[in-house]
Design a protein around this ligand. Structure first.
Ligand code: ADP
Ligand code: MG
Ligand code: MG
Length: 368
């Protein structure tokens, strides 16, 4: 969205920035929100992140901001009790002049301000296995830090986000409607999904039976949502908390494995190039369990491979659903792209099934 200078002035004047000259610029490489760097040039230079929340995706900014405020203030307390650097190890919301966690402008845009975490690096892609390991430690730390947070107090800002049986139900609806008559040509892919019907409810059944705890989950565990300390290259701060919701620890872990434990593009049409990497799987599992291992229950750890498999299957089902429905949800740049995306996910699921015992051995190797 392009935002007029008048709106910027309106938004900026809603905050008490302190003494100095204000300037702002577009910032970062995020694809969801509009992100700006605000600089206050006074006796010292203080910087902030100003974001216009994408309210097409996040239709309830009030609940979203309650989630973020709850989690960040909890993290602030925890980090300060530990003697950590509260200004760098977590983000903090800067309130408006009237004490609100966000500002709604006269055109309906929702804005918020965070402290800028100084002296960091934000990687867009893993350069090597080590980076993937570092990201595992970062998200492991996030999970561990929030292990005692009451996840049921969080709003489900995107309902049924990782409700795999519900995703299957939606797939079946799309299949039944088959509005574009695409089903006839993809019977193998459809059969693959339907053959996995029983798997879909494996984790949600354990949750419903009270055998797996509800956790705070991040739900966008990408590398570029981690800030690394520029001096040490260690993981420092987890950002992009819009999708923080109640969920299963194995879902965050599993989604990281889904997109990170292979060397191919998500829409690679040549499936011979799409291979699940046990080496990358091991690196992530090691990093995640080294940090979060003792904060998780034995069953949570034991079912981590299930998280990896079901997040991958679920994502494939979503791509295939969208293909059947006419590509409304995931933007496509060429015909058949969502079908290719679904097929890479199903190939990864097949690979995981083929090395299921190795995956389980790796998980038990790193669980003390
Ligand atoms: P999106 O949801 O659009 O991905 P993010 O919240 O991830 O938005 O922000 C986009 C980018 O802005 C990040 O990848 C990071 O480079 C930078 N960024 C966001 N918040 C901060 C912060 N508090 N301190 C420093 N950099 C930040
Ligand atoms: Mg981001
Ligand atoms: Mg985001």
């Amino acid at each position: 969205a392009t935002i007029s200078p008048e709106i910027f002035q309106e938004v900026l004047s809603a905050y008490a920035w302190g003494e100095g000259t204000l300037s702002y610029n577009s910032y970062g490489e995020g694809h969801i929100n509009n992100t700006y760097l605000v600089t206050v040039n006074g006796k010292t230079v203080t910087r902030y992140i100003l974001q216009r929340i994408n309210t097409d995706i996040f239709t309830d900014p009030k609940s979203l901001m309650e989630n973020i405020c709850g989690v960040t203030s909890y993290l602030r307390d925890l980090i300060s009790k530990r003697g950590g650097d509260v200004s760098r190890e977590t983000m903090s919301i800067v309130p408006t002049k009237t004490g609100s966690s966000y500002y709604t402008d006269s055109t309906g845009g929702a804005w918020r301000v965070y402290n800028f975490v100084e002296n960091t690096i934000c990687l867009q892609q893993c350069r090597n296995t080590e980076d993937f390991y570092t990201s595992a430690r970062a998200f492991g730390q996030f999970q561990k830090n929030l292990a005692d947070y009451d996840a049921s107090s969080l709003h489900e800002t995107i309902p049924n986000f990782h409700n795999t049986p519900d995703r299957l139900r939606k797939f079946k609806e799309a299949l039944k409607a088959d509005v574009l008559h695409r089903a006839a040509d993809i019977s193998d892919d459809i059969a693959f999904v339907l053959d996995h019907e029983a798997d879909c409810s494996y984790m949600t059944d354990l949750l419903a039976a009270g055998k797996l705890p509800l956790r705070v989950t991040h739900n966008d565990t990408k590398l570029n949502n981690i800030l690394l300390d520029a001096d040490t290259n260690d993981a420092l701060c987890i950002i992009d908390l819009d999708t923080v919701m109640p969920g299963l620890a194995a879902n965050d872990y599993g989604d990281s494995i889904r997109f990170g434990a292979n060397h191919s593009a998500e829409d690679e049409p040549d499936l011979s190039k799409v291979n699940f990497s046990l080496e990358l799987f091991e690196a992530y599992t090691k990093g995640f369990l080294e940090v979060a291992g003792n904060a998780l229950t034995p069953l949570e750890i034991e079912t981590l491979p299930w998280g990896a498999k079901l997040m991958t299957l679920e994502c494939g089902m979503r791509f295939l659903t969208d293909y059947l429905e006419g590509d409304h949800y995931f933007a496509i740049h060429r015909p058949g792209q969502n079908l290719d995306r679904a097929r890479t996910q199903f190939k990864l699921v097949r690979d995981m099934e083929a090395c299921w015992s190795e995956m389980n051995n790796i998980v038990s190797k790193y669980s003390k």
